[in-house]
Design a protein around this ligand. Structure first.
Ligand code: XMP
Ligand code: MG
Length: 209
């Protein structure tokens, strides 16, 4: 792994089996088929990720770059967990794919750019989920072109396809099955971002008018 990051730390993920019964709380409770990662396991794993990132960057100040909108919940919890170990600052970017083109080219459109110069800074990209890795690979190239001193990636969730593509994800929360998940920042049609766990929707939700 580049810049001294140990191979063992890189891309090691927690296992995310189904995490038990759906809590009865929340307007959305009846829409969730299964919990994939519970609140308790999210909390625990984020503490572990923060401790690892801190151990790999002793005494450094880290600039966290969150990818909107999906990463906003993870960013909030991860920044506070990391902040117990070292100094952090936060920035956000919003990007969207150029329609279908992203599947072949990985070309994305910047909806909201960084608010500052990142030259010379140690950057940690904070991503909600990596699937094909195309979004991330574009983003890494972009941040490197802005002359960051280093760029590493922490992704809360990783789908199976991402393991096979050549994009570095240095820290991974959980490997999840190849299913569409919502909650903890992730949406379906802009809904369910406020769900406090990661779950799978009931099929009926997708066919509702
Ligand atoms: P790629 O394929 O570029 O995609 O790695 C990453 C982006 O795709 C979205 N995505 C999801 N969003 N539930 C979601 O709400 C999912 O299961 C899911 N899988 C991929 C997401 O925007 C992510 O940043
Ligand atoms: Mg979305």
């Amino acid at each position: 792994m580049a810049d001294g990051l140990s191979a063992e730390v890189a891309a090691e993920a927690g296992v995310a089996p189904d995490d038990g019964a759906v809590p009865a709380t929340g307007w959305y409770a009846g829409d969730i088929e299964r919990v994939v990662v519970s609140e308790a396991r999210l909390r625990e794993r984020i503490e572990e990720l923060a401790a690892r990132v801190a151990a790999d960057h002793p005494g450094q100040k880290l600039l966290l770059v969150g990818v909107l909108k999906g990463a906003f919940v993870f960013m909030a919890d991860f920044a506070r967990a990391l902040g117990r170990h070292l100094q952090v600052e936060v920035e956000f970017m919003a990007i969207s794919s150029y329609g279908q083109a992203v599947t072949s080219s990985g070309v994305v459109r910047i909806l909201k750019d960084l608010d500052r110069d990142i030259a010379g800074q140690s950057v940690i990209v904070v991503e909600d989920i990596v699937d094909s890795g195309l979004t991330l690979s574009w983003l890494l190239r972009y941040l490197e072109s802005r002359n960051a001193a280093s760029v590493r990636v922490v992704a809360l969730l990783r789908k199976p396809k991402a393991v096979t593509v050549d994009v570095p994800v240095h820290y991974v929360g959980f490997d999840i099955p190849n299913e569409f998940v919502v909650g903890y920042g992730l949406d379906y049609a802009e809904r369910y971002r406020e769900v406090p766990y990661v779950g799978v929707l009931k099929p009926a939700v997708y066919t509702r008018p």
